[in-house]
Design a protein around this ligand. Structure first.
Ligand SMILES: NC(=O)c1ccc[n+]([C@@H]2O[C@H](COP(=O)([O-])OP(=O)(O)OC[C@H]3O[C@@H](n4cnc5c(N)ncnc54)[C@H](O)[C@@H]3O)[C@@H](O)[C@H]2O)c1
Length: 271
């Protein structure tokens, strides 16, 4: 970390830092893992499928670790965290990026199954409680580190229903909708961020949040056009446009940033 007599250039690199990325093999997780690896970090790729974690580790430049975990299962998180703490003493960065996509994620509110709700609560909200409970104390004890939670614009504002008519996302099961479980859990993540920022701030362990807007990833043209019409920048995001915020919050460039929600939405929530 630069002291006041050194260069004024902020240090966005993460050399020597151990960085856990949950949901590491997903659409955005993969991009984060690559950006963090290319910026000098040792990446712990954490996702449900061991083979997929290993395949990504093999693709990344440098030495990294595949660490599969079931984030819907307390015992799995406890064992996984203990193994990471034993191996590294404490991790430097925890990026709580995983989110559940249960089978009926696009069902209407009046027909939304409780099982799907519970799965989203478990992975999107309870898992960051458990990962921070299990990995946070060692980070706090060491007196530094960064927890990065992932919310969504729909954790900050309600979903504009006008964009859904005719919208489809074939890969993810058809007609697009944002369920209440998504808004509820993503809203909770912002509150949990503020809680942890206040709880651990004095130790030097910082907690922040990013709030991505919609990333183009195979939605049909109706959705893409209607979504883009709602954005001041008039387009959806590319996955790589989220990585700068993650690098900033993971690195010492953000050493005095704590409790912040960094919104990356092209201005969706600005009007
Ligand atoms: N893509 C977007 O447009 C967008 C917009 C706003 C916010 N976000 C948020 O960004 C994050 C990443 O989104 P994405 O589009 O890459 O999602 P994704 O569905 O592609 O990736 C999520 C990952 O989480 C993993 N996961 C789910 N359940 C798990 C479990 N029980 N145990 C371990 N891993 C599990 C999945 O296997 C998957 O790899 C999510 O938190 C999402 O809510 C995404």
């Amino acid at each position: 970390m630069a002291d006041s007599n050194d260069s004024a250039k902020p240090d966005f690199r993460v050399d020597g830092k151990v960085i856990v990325v949950t949901g590491g093999v997903g659409i955005l997780g993969k991009v984060y893992c690559r950006a963090l690896a290319e910026s000098g970090g040792t990446v712990v790729v954490a996702d449900i499928d061991q083979d997929a974690c290993e395949a990504l580790v093999a693709e990344l430049p440098g030495e990294h670790l595949a660490a599969p975990v079931d984030l819907a299962d307390e015992e799995s998180i406890v064992e996984w965290s203990a193994a990471l703490n034993e191996r590294f003493g404490a991790v430097d960065v925890l990026l709580n990026n995983a989110a559940a996509r249960p089978p009926n994620i696009f069902a209407k509110h009046h027909a939304f199954p409780l099982d799907d709700w519970n799965q989203m609560v478990a992975v999107n909200m309870t898992a960051p409680f458990l990962t921070t409970r299990e990995l946070g104390p060692a980070m706090a004890e060491r007196g530094r580190g960064s927890i990065i939670n992932v919310s969504s614009i729909y954790g900050v504002v309600g979903p504009d229903q006008r964009i859904y008519e005719g919208s489809r996302y074939e890969e993810q099961g058809g007609e697009i909708r944002t369920p209440m479980a998504y808004s509820a859990t993503k809203g909770a993540v912002v509150s949990m961020t503020r809680y942890l920022a206040a709880y651990w701030g004095e130790t030097g362990l910082r907690t922040n949040c990013i709030t991505p807007g919609g990333v183009g990833s195979g939605q049909n043209s109706t959705f893409t056009e209607k979504y883009s019409d709602r954005v001041p920048m008039h387009r959806m995001a590319r996955a790589d446009e989220m990585a700068g915020a993650v690098l900033y919050l993971a690195s010492d460039a953000s050493s005095y940033v704590n409790g912040h929600n960094l919104v990356i939405d092209g201005g969706w929530t600005a009007w």
